[in-house]
Design a protein. Structure first.
Length: 154
């Protein structure tokens, strides 16, 4: 079952009539930015990177980073999975061994449509250890006026 089929079963969850239109026509139409707590940076036993990816599944890119850095994918922690279809920003932790050597390995990793930015040292990220996500979603081909769309979404 693909994501469109999965989400089609929820079309009536909202009491709002909706606005119609299409989402995720282009990756730039769906932008997600993860928000994590500053408490992540209290411990200093892992590297923390900002991972910006375009049309990559979270687990697939984690495994690709690990493969290219020659580390175990189990050494990479993350707080939440993000949509494959879009541009997403999230944080990952990379733990194990000598952090200086580990950082050198990670900093050499190059993957198409993926950017890794070192942001500091912290603790291992685990699923659910995020505050939330910020979304920017562009809905295309809406057949109602802007005023009507705003009315329906309030």
């Amino acid at each position: 079952m693909d994501y469109k089929e999965f989400f089609s079963q929820f079309r009536y969850v909202s009491k709002s009539r909706g606005i119609g239109g299409r989402i995720k026509v282009f990756p730039e139409d769906f932008i997600v930015e993860e928000v994590i707590s500053k408490s992540v940076f209290k411990k200093q036993n892992c590297l923390i990177y900002r991972l910006i990816k375009r049309n990559w599944d979270t687990m697939v890119v984690i495994k690709e980073i690990a493969k290219r850095a020659e580390i175990s994918y189990r050494d990479i922690g993350f707080a939440g999975t993000k949509d494959r279809h879009g541009i997403t920003t999230q944080y990952i932790s990379i733990c194990g061994g000598n952090l200086k050597e580990l950082k050198e390995k990670i900093d050499r990793v190059e993957i198409s449509d993926v950017k890794l930015e070192f942001v500091g040292y912290g603790k291992k990220l685990k699923l659910g250890s995020l505050w939330g996500n910020r979304f920017k979603i562009l809905v295309r081909e809406v057949d109602i006026s802007v005023e009507e769309a705003l009315k329906r979404t309030r």
